[in-house]
Design a protein around this ligand. Structure first.
Ligand SMILES: NC(=O)C1=CN([C@@H]2O[C@H](COP(=O)(O)OP(=O)(O)OC[C@H]3O[C@@H](n4cnc5c(N)ncnc54)[C@H](OP(=O)(O)O)[C@@H]3O)[C@@H](O)[C@H]2O)C=CC1
Ligand SMILES: CC(C)(CO)C(=O)C(=O)O
Length: 315
């Protein structure tokens, strides 16, 4: 006999039918769960339900999802056990307030996104009890609606609850993902992991968004590489000043990760190419904000943030 609660979620809602949400949806459904994929763009949803989500590259599978819907307000009728938020961070305040409309104890909401402090936006509306944060370790893009390319997949992914009382639920969600093929580990160190990924995003996403280069093109251009290198060093300084432990080998590992990512277009470049606003405030904007708090100057992050804002102002 054990008093430890366990959690075996069966029904998952996924908000955002971009490449990241399509991957989570396809794997979870293939793993025997019921998935409701939600997006404001209906054209992204029909093929996910009718033909199936196609994933090509480091992973290869085709999988239909059980249900789709075009509004977060429709989700309660499906009684999801868990909601994955896989939209851009800048969409979070609206999504959080929509979930707040039907949120109740026992529902878990996972920020399966990039960006620093995204989980706090959810917790601000929903409270800490049901909110979790993940770090996603794949790169992907859409070739067409529900048609995903995944040039690299470096599992495990990581997950942590904000409220220690909900650890059993985080374990259950990590287990559901893992047995579905998206190996995910529980961690007690999600903030440092979010920052580790955040530094990579702060270096690659705006540089590629501004230049139009893929990750490997940016890393192989000696002039652009100097900017990436200066950004990594500036972000590491901000992390240290805020007592975020990135780890001993962080710098060489970060450079290696970016060098070997291949011809991936970071999601921010895709946003600019598709005329959409970006997550810049949750990425470089956070290094500027945390730099200021700790008295660290962040000229590279400020410059990149301003350039991306300049691109957004043309929309
Ligand atoms: N692409 C990548 O390689 C990786 C991305 N990530 C992160 O994962 C997250 C998702 O990325 P990605 O899949 O590329 O994002 P996309 O922007 O391609 O997809 C998100 C989708 O969510 C939709 N959406 C926005 N608001 C809502 C809403 N209120 N209700 C329902 N749907 C909504 C968007 O519509 P609309 O466009 O109209 O806003 C869009 O179709 C981001 O944080 C990203 O940084 C993490 C790892 C890798
Ligand atoms: C580029 C990558 C894979 C890592 O920085 C990413 O997370 C994104 O495209 O947003």
């Amino acid at each position: 006999m054990t008093d430890n609660p366990s959690f075996a979620p069966k029904t998952f809602a996924v908000i955002g039918a971009g490449p990241v949400g399509c991957i989570v949806s396809a794997f979870l459904e293939k793993g025997g769960h019921r998935v409701i994929l939600c997006d404001v763009i209906p054209e992204l949803l029909d093929p996910a339900r009718e033909r199936g989500i196609i994933i090509e590259g480091a992973e290869n599978l085709t999988q239909k999802v059980s249900h789709t819907c075009t509004s977060v307000d429709d989700l309660p009728e499906y009684k999801p056990d868990v909601i994955f938020v896989t939209a851009k961070a800048n969409a979070l305040p609206l999504i959080a307030s929509a979930i707040e409309g039907f949120y109740k104890k026992g529902l878990y909401v996972v920020s399966w996104q990039n960006g620093i402090d995204t989980e706090l936006v959810l917790a601000n509306s929903l409270g800490k009890e049901g909110v979790m944060r993940a770090v996603v370790n794949y790169g992907c893009g859409l070739l067409g609606p529900a048609h995903v390319t995944i040039p690299f997949h470096h599992p495990p992914h990581y997950l942590q609850e904000l409220d220690p009382e909900a650890k059993f639920a985080a374990d259950g969600i990590a287990e559901a993902l893992t047995q579905s093929g998206l190996t995910t580990r529980h961690t007690d160190n999600i903030v440092a992991m979010v920052w580790r990924k955040g530094v990579l995003n702060a270096c690659m996403n705006p540089v590629c968004a501004v230049t139009g280069l893929t990750m490997s093109q940016a890393m192989n251009d000696p002039i652009i590489f100097n900017i990436v290198d200066a950004l990594v060093k500036e972000c590491v300084k901000v992390a240290r000043a805020n007592e975020i432990l990135l780890g001993w080998e962080y710098y060489p590992n970060a450079i290696e990760y970016m060098r070997t990512a291949g011809n991936h277009k970071p999601s921010m470049l895709m946003d600019i190419e598709n005329g959409r606003r970006t997550e810049i405030d949750y990425i470089n904007g956070k290094f500027v904000e945390y730099g200021r708090r700790a008295g660290i100057e962040t000229p590279y992050n400020i410059t990149l943030q301003s350039l991306v804002k300049g691109l957004e102002s043309r929309l």
